[in-house]
Design a binder for this molecule. Structure first.
Ligand code: BGC
Length: 772
């Protein structure tokens, strides 16, 4: 007995010595012989591990919130102690995370620290606009800073890994998760992916203010059939490579630490079990060196996809290149058996474990497992005045002015304003979907924001006007997770009558209408993407009063608002602006900020046009007339034009911009050369303002068909009223490259057109030739 204890003690001391020697070396040795500077350390730990402990490193349970003290005695606590957990998610605060980390590093045999993940998607407690809104700022520096602040706040609460950025391109606004991405364009999406990764990870993951990013959902999750979440995706390789994969690749090129496999299938094989995707493309072609995690129960769901029982699908996932199993414990419960039966090789498990341990080294967790557990930082770093001020600015920059007849906006800070609508006095619906760390009661409603911005300069009258919708069942589904719009017990008529009563006393009506926060996001697909009928009826009643009406439109997706666009004089699309919503909305409504957001997803005329996007192909039968009128035997509809309601890149300002004098530095460019494209932009209106100058290219002849336009550059500039600036872009051969039918990335010599303008309808055009 005594001897056994002695042996145990010697073994334990050896382990501690090995781990300590691992961490004492300089972790960032730049000149390491291998690509992985941590390889030797990781190998030395791997040698000590049992198969069970190895598989444990690949296990990622979700814990929800423990109350302090619960973890130690919980089922999860027991598993951590046995070395059966590699990381946890959905747990926050230093106190709780410290408690759980202690179990790992003090009670488990090998003392390997845990990862702590969370969906920090658009800010943490300081919440920025939903990603679709954020993308409409077209401001990469600002977007990077939102991710930096999110990382600082999350890390102050113990978190070291975020399931963001979500870079799924989507051209289908029926899909609720269009709200979580950056819209329809691969070029813009790639810039944003890069900015987000840089923001979260910084230059140094060993800092305690940066966290590891996880690009998701790899891949093509934004193109489900019929816009129904989790549905089948079926896409040609050439479309994938040119239009959907670039943002994921941009994140990988930017050094993203992890990748999340998507729920959908690709070429008939679910992404989670798709070796072509996770190994050939991601690791071999793109050189990704981090780890791959599944989405929530992604492995188990492969059984419903029809890929076999849990043991089969777990083996499939591991063999495809998955390293970490989120929630489903398929790895934990079956991989050992698969090794024994020979369907999984120990070498492949080792490779996955090495990637997990490497990630923990990269984060500096072996040096200090409590690196993110500073007791004081939460008090000083989270939801600070400075962060909130920035969130207010960001929110205003994300808003898109869709219509402004007779310069109804900006409003004067005087007279009487009737603020009406089910979203006018809601705090809970301001942050938007996937804001898990936000404190809903601290968000600023439109009513509160307006009151604070106007002070006593004007009178604000408020009425709810309607419920979210007539349909109670629908309303229940659309107001989950505490993001309620309390149903008003009065009749619809009583609600409208009250609203009309205050409208009659006002100089102007501000109608805060649209989607509730949970009408977009995960599992929130819609087949009818209009404003709910109860609110449409309210809006029509308000319009009938003859008072000027401003529609403040809340939405997580492009909506069909043809009627509203026809009848309402001013429409400001505010998405879900985040924790400072009401203040930012008021800043724009009253002209303290001139709106400059530009749409990153096309607004259709009706759902029948979906998928609709600016960078479509020409077809062999394009319309011959330029007005978009119907033509028989041409590619169009009998009942609607091909054009959208609002195109990609569209957004008005309180001022106007004039474009002229488009110049190319030369009519020809060769493969090694570059081309300067310049344009003069003049602020021709009455306000100082910002403009996103957009450059599009068309490749006129290709070995494969090419889009009618592709975004290849943009610059956000600021112009004083009356000011003119020359904006210059540089194009090189790389900007003209695309994947051909062999999936080679090439530029083909020939004629190109370049367009510069205020949106994707840009008409100023010059041609040039790419020579050999
Ligand atoms: C979502 C992911 C998310 C994960 C963890 C899943 O349902 O698809 O985007 O990161 O849950 O919360």
């Amino acid at each position: 007995m005594k001897n056994l204890s002695k042996i145990k003690f010697i073994a334990y001391s050896l382990i501690v010595m090995v781990l300590q020697s691992c961490v004492s070396e300089n972790a960032n040795t730049k000149n390491a012989a291998t690509n992985n500077p941590f390889e030797a350390k990781v190998d030395s730990i791997l040698k000590l591990m049992t198969l069970e402990e190895k598989i444990g490193q690949l296990n990622l349970p979700s814990v929800g919130q423990f109350t302090t003290g619960q973890a130690t005695n919980s089922d999860i606590g027991g598993k951590i102690e046995k070395g059966l957990v590699g990381g946890l998610f959905n747990i926050k605060t230093v106190e709780k995370i410290k408690e759980v980390q202690k179990i790992a590093v003090e009670k488990s045999r090998l003392k390997i620290p845990l990862l702590f993940g969370m969906d920090v998607i658009h800010g943490y407690e300081t919440t920025f606009p939903i990603p679709l809104g954020l993308s409409c700022s077209w401001d990469m520096e600002m977007i990077e800073k939102t991710a930096r602040i999110a990382a600082t706040e999350a890390s102050a609460d113990g978190i070291n890994w975020t399931f963001s950025p979500m870079v799924d391109i989507s051209r289908d606004p029926r899909w609720g998760r269009v709200s979580e991405g950056s819209g329809e364009d691969a070029f813009l999406g790639s810039q944003i992916a890069k900015a987000m990764v840089k923001g979260y990870q910084g230059d140094d993951l060993t800092s305690n203010k940066t966290i590891m990013a996880c690009v998701k959902h790899f891949a093509l999750y934004g193109a489900p059939d019929a816009g129904r979440d989790y549905n089948t995706v079926d896409m040609s390789k050439i479309r994938m490579y040119n239009e959907y994969l670039p943002p994921y690749k941009a994140a990988v090129d930017a050094g993203v630490g992890s990748v999340m496999a998507s729920f959908n299938e690709i070429d008939g094989i679910p992404a989670t079990g798709n070796r072509w995707l996770l190994t050939s493309l991601l690791r071999n072609d793109w050189g990704f060196k981090g780890f791959v995690v599944t989405d929530y129960t992604g492995i188990n769901e492969m059984t419903d996809h029809g890929m076999g029982d849990l043991q089969q699908v777990s083996a499939l996932a591991l063999n495809a290149g998955v390293d970490m199993d989120m929630v489903g414990e398929g790895f934990l419960s079956t991989l050992k058996k698969s090794v024994e039966e020979g369907t999984v090789k120990i070498a492949d498990i080792d490779a996955a474990v090495k990637r997990m341990l490497t990630a923990k080294y990269k984060l500096g967790l072996f040096n200090d497992p409590f690196k993110y557990c500073d007791d004081n930082r939460a008090k000083t770093d989270i939801f600070t005045k400075e962060n909130r001020t920035f969130a207010r600015t960001v929110a205003a920059e994300s808003m898109v002015l869709l219509k402004n007849d007779n310069q109804l906006l900006p409003l004067k800070k005087s007279g009487t304003i009737a603020l009406i609508g089910p979203l006018a006095n809601s705090k809970q619906n301001m942050p938007g979907t996937w804001s898990v760390a936000t404190k809903l009661d601290k968000a600023i409603s439109v009513l509160d924001g307006m009151t604070s911005v106007i002070g006593n300069q004007a009178t604000i009258l408020y009425a709810k006007g309607s419920n979210l919708d007539y349909d109670l069942e629908f309303e229940k589904h659309a107001t989950m997770f505490g993001r309620e719009i309390k149903r008003d017990g009065r009749t619809d008529k009583q609600l409208i009558d009250e609203a009309l009563g205050i409208a009659s006393k006002a100089d102007v009506v501000v109608a805060a209408l649209g989607e509730s926060s949970e009408m977009s996001g995960e599992s929130s697909s819609r087949s009818n993407i209009q404003i709910p009928q109860a609110q449409k009826d309210l809006l029509n009643a308000l319009l009938k009063t003859g008072k000027p009406v401003v529609l403040v439109l809340f939405t997580g997706r492009p909506l069909v608002i043809v009627e509203e666009n026809a009848n309402v004089p001013a429409i400001l699309n505010v998405w879900f602006p985040g924790s400072e919503a009401g203040l930012a909305i008021s800043d724009v409504l009253f002209g303290d900020v001139n709106p400059s957001g530009k749409l990153t997803a096309t607004f259709p005329m009706n759902v029948g046009q979906i998928p609709i996007f600016y960078s479509h192909k020409n077809t062999g039968r394009p319309l011959a007339n330029t007005e978009g009128k119907f033509e028989k035997f041409r590619s169009n509809y009998l009942d609607v034009r091909n054009e959208p309601l609002f195109p990609f890149g569209f957004g008005l300002s309180y001022t106007t911009f004039h474009y002229g004098n488009l110049q190319l530095s030369s009519p020809k460019m060769d493969a090694k050369g570059s081309m300067k494209v310049s344009v003069e932009v003049t602020n021709s209106g009455n306000f100082d303002g910002k403009e996103v100058v957009q450059l599009y290219v068309r490749d006129l002849v290709g070995s494969v068909t090419r889009p009618v336009k592709e975004l290849k550059g943009f610059q956000k500039i600021e112009l004083k009223k009356g000011e003119t600036k020359t904006v210059t872009f540089t194009l090189t051969e790389t900007d003209l490259k695309f994947y051909n039918s062999n999936l080679d990335f090439v530029a083909e010599p020939g004629m190109f057109q370049v367009f510069v303008g205020t949106d994707s309808n840009a008409k100023l055009m010059k041609s040039f030739e790419l020579t050999k």
